[in-house]
Design a binder for this molecule. Structure first.
Ligand code: HEC
Length: 209
């Protein structure tokens, strides 16, 4: 044990906790179900154990937590487990291997990142805490959870009219030079020349609503 007295440590911990969300993520409850769904074909106590890794066995995994290990509590950036989820599909280190299973959603990857940052609690034990990346910082992951991030909502479909008065319902994905990228409900994306849109629709390109 080090020399900071325990009561002081506990007090600091309480102060730290007061500013945190009311719940801390736990491996067994919050993370393992995701891995069981998406990784257990190859990393299961009751099946294949590729790379010697069992993600559905908390006791096994807890032995792989610590400095320079698979999961470094408080340090998502140094945690190879996180790296495999963060790397783009097809990358040598990305998991699951390309074409061999379903990747985690961005929301699920953020959950793993938060679990690590909160100290990677597993079997009731927790390590050090660390910061999550802020928007714009390396490692920050954009999710569909736009409300809480204060980001603009996802674009919604609306009606667009051309100069002949014909209209379509489509979602504006963006503007590239002289064309508007409009996605129809069936998924087709049109590169529509902006000059062919009605004046009203052109105005809509700017206001974005
Ligand atoms: C189709 C099989 C397959 C699936 C599905 C799969 N993996 Fe793997 N995984 C492997 C193989 C094979 C290795 C060993 C790779 C190597 O040694 O190069 C591995 C290795 C790993 C390692 C490195 C282990 C170590 O100690 O170095 C991690 C971490 C990992 N996988 C995480 C995951 C996660 C998380 C998922 C689910 C999102 C997943 N894997 C899904 C096949 C798979």
């Amino acid at each position: 044990m080090n020399r900071i007295s325990l009561p002081v440590k506990h007090l600091l911990l309480l102060i730290a906790l007061a500013g945190a969300p009311a719940f801390a993520l736990e491996y067994e409850k919050d993370i393992m179900p995701i891995f069981i769904e998406k990784c257990s074909d190859c990393h299961s106590d009751s099946g294949k154990v590729k790379g010697g890794l069992k993600l559905d066995d908390p006791k096994h995994l807890s032995g792989r937590l610590g400095k320079n290990k698979l999961v470094v509590p408080g340090d998502w950036d140094a945690s190879y487990l996180f790296v495999t989820l963060f790397r783009p599909e097809g990358d040598d280190d990305a998991m699951p291997p390309k074409g061999k299973g379903e990747r985690l959603t961005p929301e699920e990857v953020v959950l793993v990142q938060r679990w690590i940052s909160e100290g990677a609690e597993i079997l009731g034990e927790k390590g050090e805490k660390g910061p999550m990346p802020k928007p714009g910082e390396p490692g920050y992951i954009e999710t569909g959870d736009s409300e809480s991030e204060g980001m603009p909502a996802a674009p919604q479909p609306r009606e667009w009219t051309n100069r002949e008065g014909k209209s379509i319902t489509a979602t504006l994905l963006g503007v590239e030079g002289e064309v508007a990228l409009l996605r129809l409900a069936n998924g087709t994306v049109y590169r529509y020349p902006i000059e062919n849109l009605s004046e009203e629709s052109r105005a809509g390109l700017k206001s974005g609503d």
